[in-house]
Design a protein around this ligand. Structure first.
Ligand SMILES: [Zn+2]
Length: 211
């Protein structure tokens, strides 16, 4: 335990060698525990530390600085989030191959989607057959990258910015958690894309190939 504190009447605790990943970059927070207390990791704006707080309605037992505590995460949930989030990078990558620019992303289970815009109006997207055809192109490109088992790795640029790469296919600044290579992604599903007010919405789901 390296620090404890209280904000808005709610106690928080920070551990050394923090393994908790807070919500961020469109990705949900880890499910974690300190000893047997369930905690939610959040980034404290003041200190910049990732701190553990009690879930709503829960409480944190009193912990002292210097006290040794056992920190755990739900590995299954972490792997699910990492797989879904990495699949989001892949969807972004294959969308960019279509010449689209990314507008927004969301990697939450059940609502994961990337929204793009086409720099020039894309006539294909005006009718259902064209949208199906464009989605097929995305699916084929994604399946090829998964079949190639592209490595997923992070590099730090000189300014300290963390950039995540999918082999040589794609790179994007990101602080999230990822799987090690695209080959572990399973059940990657891209339903037919939708276009709303010029925004091309590609929803997706993905899981982790277990062992
Ligand atoms: Zn990422």
């Amino acid at each position: 335990m390296i620090a404890v504190g209280e904000r808005d009447g709610a106690p928080w605790a920070a551990v050394e060698h923090c393994l908790f990943h807070p919500q961020g970059g469109g990705q949900p927070a880890d499910r974690g525990w300190l000893e047997d207390m369930e905690v939610v990791p959040v980034r404290d704006r003041e200190s910049g530390l990732v701190v553990a707080v009690a879930p709503e309605g829960g409480h944190l037992l009193s912990l002292a600085v210097g006290q040794a505590v056992r920190a755990r995460i739900d590995v299954q949930a972490r792997m699910t989030h990492a797989a879904l989030h990495t699949a989001g990078h892949l969807v972004e990558a294959v969308g960019r191959l279509q010449g689209w620019e990314m507008l927004s992303n969301n990697h939450f289970p059940g609502q994961a989607r990337i929204e793009f815009q086409a720099p020039q109006p894309d006539a294909r997207l005006a009718d259902p057959e064209g949208r199906e055809e464009a989605t097929t192109a995305l699916r084929i490109a994604a399946a090829a990258a998964i079949a190639d088992d592209l490595p997923v790795f992070a590099r730090y640029e000189s300014e300290g910015r963390r950039v995540v790469h999918l082999g040589a296919l794609h790179s994007a600044p990101c602080g999230g958690t990822h799987v090690r290579s695209l080959g572990v992604l399973a059940e990657v599903v891209l339903p037919t894309l939708k276009v709303k007010k010029g925004r091309i919405r590609v929803s997706y789901s993905a899981t982790h190939r277990s062992h």
